[in-house]
Design a protein around this ligand. Structure first.
Ligand code: TRP
Length: 467
């Protein structure tokens, strides 16, 4: 047995980790958020900036985050405490973990409300509600849901309860097994939908919208959104991936048919990022052909884009009710495996420091998340006119987490691994990796990622002040 093992458990093999991390990464961010922010920010140029952010900032920082988790072998706060002691620097570095705790609670609070929409749509689809539905009727269904405070609260509660039950039971045992079936199923279904959407919708308009470079459509604000989304979609900057990294053993025995020696983190991270990006682009290719073949749906429709456009496609489709219910169920599952990773770091930390039962900790935290979530529920109805700095409670939480807290957390992680930790430790911990690739990663993490991050922050700030 591996002596370096935390009290919150350990993955069975490398693929369990990959699937769990991919389960965390692939979620509402890919299927719901990516299409609508692409629509709001004009398409092609935004997509390109997003892809560049994934490659030059997201992937290097993901590798850094997994590495910190595996070396720290504990929840993010404690891992950062341990690592700052090891590097003989201030214990204030554990602030990375603290900001992650807050970000996780904030994100989960609205994530649960949106995942609740998917649950509601699953039931609607089952009951044949979308049969032959047109754009107008579909819009009405969605606004009806948003106006229904009781309904939104109910779905939010149900989603959160399911999430909490899984986290209470322990993430390592169940999650790895579950995602083994969910991820392939999600891929197959998305594939079917891309083809269907291309047949019934306007595939070429969608393709040009997503991939033509139209620089004039992108504003600085959009660059910050693209950067923030790179963090959001890869689950970076708050310690989720760090917490999962802590459950990764150094080596797996050869009897599992797995490699011996340090597991290479480089390839592992690339696989996760690739899966995540493919799902997002597929979601765009499902939704936009339908959007462009229905003049009454604007690409810039905002958070309702998925929920307004897809029922129309399913409504006219052979066995549409069946496919629609399957699709919304999969969104629910994808959201579930992401939601778990938003709260797991905090639960793991409380288990370590308080040694209370996991169940108690999970549900106490869940109660806080539930209450904060009501703010998002109200953002779409009774509080819709209540603006904090010009945005609703939901918009504010979304902006604060994705565009500020996560990139800032990422910046600190890059600086810690690139500048604070001893290079020899970093090199050893990253494991088997081609020396050339290692050097590239280390240079990018030290210089390029932090500079790009800081640049986007400064320019956006100047822009904000100037306007
Ligand atoms: N990545 C998930 C998505 O795209 C959301 C998510 C899960 C997340 N865990 C996270 C975002 C941690 C930021 C940090 O839906």
């Amino acid at each position: 047995m591996d002596l370096k093992q935390g009290i919150n458990g350990q993955w069975r093999n490398r693929w369990t980790f990959i699937l769990a991390a991919a389960g965390s990464a692939v979620g509402l961010g890919n299927i719901w958020k990516f299409p609508y922010i692409t629509g709001e920010n004009g398409g092609g140029a935004f997509v390109l900036v997003y892809l560049v952010c994934i490659a030059l900032i997201g992937i290097p920082i993901m590798l850094a985050e997994v590495m910190l988790g595996r070396r720290g072998r504990m929840s993010p706060i404690n891992a950062m405490l341990y690592l700052s002691r090891e590097s003989k620097v201030s214990h204030w570095w554990s602030g990375v973990g603290w900001s992650g705790v807050m970000a996780g609670i904030f994100i989960l609070s609205f994530y649960s409300v949106i995942a609740g929409w998917a649950l509601h749509y699953f039931i609607l689809a089952l009951s044949g509600e979308f049969y032959q539905i047109d754009a107008q009727a579909s819009g009405a269904v969605f606004s009806g849901l948003l106006a229904n405070v009781g309904g939104l609260t109910l779905w939010h509660t149900i989603f959160l309860l399911v999430t909490l039950s899984i986290v209470a039971a322990g993430v390592v045992k169940g999650l790895g097994v579950a995602v083994r079936y969910i991820m392939p199923l999600l891929f197959i279904l998305m594939g079917i939908l891309v083809i269907y959407s291309a047949i019934v919708g306007d595939f070429f308009a969608a393709f040009h919208f997503l991939f033509d470079f139209n620089g004039q459509a992108l504003k600085w604000e959009g660059v910050l959104v693209a950067l923030g989304h790179a963090f959001f979609t890869l689950s970076l900057g708050m310690g989720a991936i760090m917490a999962y990294g802590a459950y990764l053993p150094d080596k797996f025995s050869a009897t599992n048919g797995e490699i011996t020696g340090k597991i290479s983190l480089g390839k592992t991270v690339l696989i996760i990022a690739a899966l995540d990006t493919i799902v997002a682009l597929m979601a765009g290719l499902v939704i936009f052909p339908i959007v462009f073949s229905n003049p009454s749906i604007e690409p810039s429709a905002g958070p309702g884009l998925l929920f307004v456009s897809l029922p129309i496609a399913f409504g006219g489709m052979f066995a549409g009710s069946f496919f629609a219910s399957l699709f919304f169920f999969l969104i629910f599952i994808a959201a579930l495996s992401s939601a778990i990773s938003l709260i797991e770091p905090t639960v793991a930390w409380l288990v370590e420091v308080k040694q209370w039962p996991r169940v108690k900790i999970t549900f106490l935290l869940g109660a806080i998340v539930w209450i904060v979530g009501l703010g998002t529920v109200f953002s779409f109805n009774i509080w819709s006119d209540l603006k904090i700095l010009g945005s609703t409670f939901f918009d504010m939480l979304d902006f604060l987490t994705a565009n500020i807290m996560l990139p800032l957390g990422g910046l600190l992680i890059a600086i810690f691994v690139g500048w604070v930790m001893k290079p020899s430790i970093v090199k050893d911990e990253v494991g088997d990796i081609h020396h050339g690739y290692y050097r590239w990663w280390y240079m990018i993490l030290r210089y390029l990622s932090p500079i790009l991050l800081a640049l986007v922050f400064v320019i956006t700030l100047i822009n904000k002040l100037g306007s």
